[in-house]
Design a protein around this ligand. Sequence first.
Ligand SMILES: [Zn+2]
Length: 453
Amino acid sequence: MKRKKKRRYIKNQLLSKRMIMFIIIIVIIIFIYQISANKSQESDSVSAFSSINEIMDEIETVTYANVNRYIVYGTHFNLEGDMEIHEDNKIQSAEVVAKTASGKEVHIDTEYTYENNQLSFSTLKEINTGLDLESLNVEDYYILLKVQFSNNKTKYYSLSNNTEYGDIEYYTLTRKDTNNRINIDFTTIDNMPILGFHITRVKELPEEVYDVVIDPGHGGSDVGAVEGRHMESEIALDCALELKTQLESIGLKVLITRDGTESEEEYTMYNIYDEDGRVTLANESHAKVLISLHLNSNLSDNVDGGVEIYASSNSDLTLAKKLADDIVETAKTEYSTNQTDKVEDGVYVSTIELEDYTNETSFSRSTYKGIFDSIPYLYIIREIGGIATGAYVDGTNKAYGVNEYRNSNVGIEGYLVELGYINVDKDLDNILENGNLYAQAITNSIANFYGIK
Ligand SMILES: [Zn+2]
């Protein structure tokens, strides 16, 4: 009896050992399968421009156009360039297009001039319109210059990189938990330069890539505007934290430039370009949009409170107007009566004028001579947009540090929201009581404008 029992015991033990081995083998098989599945996905994404041959036949092979500037600002791509064209036939039209192997052609609004055989073209009239990167399908696109001549002939020219800038990796905004990665590459095929967009779907954003940045104005020892015991830095932070929660609830990945845990000195005007400074944090985020929250204070007696949205100059103001309209409607406030820099109800564009030069000593007068009125005055809009917005803080003014991203050709689309006036009672009361409604309005604006639900 005893023996039998022992044998059975051994047998059971052997069985369970086999069982464990079996499970281990299954786990290993699943593991190997996963790896090979990932690998095949990877190899799919590195086989860039497989469809190039199908489109090469249509492209002129002897000449090509030069790209002298290309920019991603917010969610849009734009470029400008030129080429020599010697043709007996007159040029009827010239435009930049994004073409797919399947025959799709996306038109990009293009301005051009043709003089002395030199064709110059630009899609950069507004920095936040042009080729909408969010609207592209998961396939390869080729950016070409399409020229139509008076004999009804159409020619496509490929584009060559005539800049010091390299390839761009762009991630679309998170929609239904997915993103597209867009590799914007200048490459050469059979000695022909070509600008291609290779698009793949990704399951998750890389750790360092965000959709939106929220920037609560001021902070640390810089409290901003003050009314009694109320400080702009604290009210802006409360509203910003609420906005972060709401944007995350619609699936967006949000970076906040401060959350109230910073040291006293961390957020003064003088270290915003440091490693942990708001300009650096924003620039490193790869985000598409930045919302900076502030409260105004009265500059003149005839301003009776209300909301003001500041946007970059040379930009389409549709989203700025939407933010203003949604805040007025949802938070039951009003458009500001401030007339300075006003473009539309609630929408403002503030630019650097020549007289500001004396205050901004890091300007090089020769570099910026004549273009002052096209550079956004507000640093948070200007310094996160790279070359699209004229970012310039280069360390010449020792008090301000260096914006390492000032020459970037990838910029974040920035909006500064003045929620209301801290020293106008109806504004202050409304913001303190209904800060969540301001956050809700901004969330709705972004969700509707970018088609995120
Ligand atoms: Zn402020």
